[in-house]
Design a binder for this molecule. Sequence first.
Ligand SMILES: Cc1cc2nc3c(=O)[nH]c(=O)nc-3n(C[C@H](O)[C@H](O)[C@H](O)COP(=O)(O)OP(=O)(O)OC[C@H]3O[C@@H](n4cnc5c(N)ncnc54)[C@H](O)[C@@H]3O)c2cc1C
Length: 419
Amino acid sequence: MDASEERVEERARILIVGGGFGGLFTALSLSGAGDVTLVSNEDHYLHTPLLYEYLSGEVEAWHIAPKYPELLDDGVNCIQDKVTDIDVEARSIKLSGRTEPLTYDVLVVALGGVTNYAGVGGAEENSIPFRKLRQADRLRQTMVEALDHVPPDLPPQDVQRALTFAVVGAGASGVELSTKMADLLRDAFKRRALRGEPRVLVIEMGDRVVPGMGDEIREYVEDALLKSHVEVHTLTRVIRVSPNSLTIEHENRQTEIHAAAVVWTGGVRVNPVVERLKVDKNRRGLIMVEPTLQTRAHKNVFALGDIAFYPAATPTLAGTAQLAFQQAALVADNVNAFLSGGELKTKHFEELGEAVSLGTERAAVLAGGKAFGGPLARQARFALYTSRLPTWHHRLRVGASWFFEGTTPRPLLPLGIQR
Ligand SMILES: Cc1cc2nc3c(=O)[nH]c(=O)nc-3n(C[C@H](O)[C@H](O)[C@H](O)COP(=O)(O)OP(=O)(O)OC[C@H]3O[C@@H](n4cnc5c(N)ncnc54)[C@H](O)[C@@H]3O)c2cc1C
């Protein structure tokens, strides 16, 4: 079906499900283009690349997780609810908080991914995922509580046992998180005059860290892991997570390690609603989309971001905000073209560069084929992500706040004296 074959109402009902990089940026571009509704299970957008800086207190919640009404104007109706089912034949979606389904003329699916525990026993129950603001809050709280339980006169080996943290997966997320945690903990050791050192481990199944990234940037990552005293275990598999420990296997030898927390950044799988969705998918469960980002059998259904397999993109872009953000502009153009009977466009998406946070003092940036690191890269990364925040208004407020108030980390002070 296309717009010419079918009567589309004067104000077409455009439904966007998911309010992250793909959904929010599509909604911003489509504002007023019809009866536009954005459905998200959260009340805020989340600029995920800066979630590590939120953990460390370098940025605040309002900087990276503005509420939707602050970003969207009257041209988009916003519903906070959980999508439980999508029926592409009936052109409707079900929400957990409403008995009546919502119907649409055009649907944009941007539900993103969820943490993939890969069937590891106890992982879902006993580890902390790191994809949401509240999960970063929970991790920070766990670190503070673990520190609070350590008396200053405890011998170094006992301190280290009590303050061992494991991060599963040494992709970009795992290295960004482990270096940030290690720097925060070492700072807390000094402030609290604890003896010895904390222990932060990163566990990776593959033979190297940041396997998806080029060698130029890996050098900076490896150097930062060393400087932050993160213990890297490659070719090592996590086989079980228990309430206070994890069991790892390396060269057929299993070791149980006591841990104050295990953080799971070991993978992403498609949203369960998409798993149930009856459209063409590839072996990984990603929706197969045309180069116009339409689904194959339902031309009024568009899909983008982490849940879509889009062949016309540099492979390293799969599962990135960069890709979802670029696709959102194409989806918005194509929804407009679809509704007006115009020609839909296609686009090849290229890698825009890479920027990884490496602890509280450093970062590494790859731009124009050249990599650089250190405090300058940290500033460049902040500038880059400020420019990618949604809406001019929000960007200006955040930019001004960082310029005048700075981005100094918030130390892990004892619970009673948190600022
Ligand atoms: C900690 C972290 C750091 C990252 N850093 C980077 C980076 O530096 N660079 C980079 O390129 N990529 C990064 N990524 C990846 C990037 O965040 C994703 O690729 C990007 O967000 C994908 O966009 P999306 O729209 O597909 O999904 P998301 O941005 O995840 O958005 C999905 C939206 O759907 C909503 N939702 C989910 N389920 C439901 C439901 N049932 N009902 C209603 N709403 C629902 C969610 O709340 C969310 O608003 C990072 C990811 C994480 C977790």
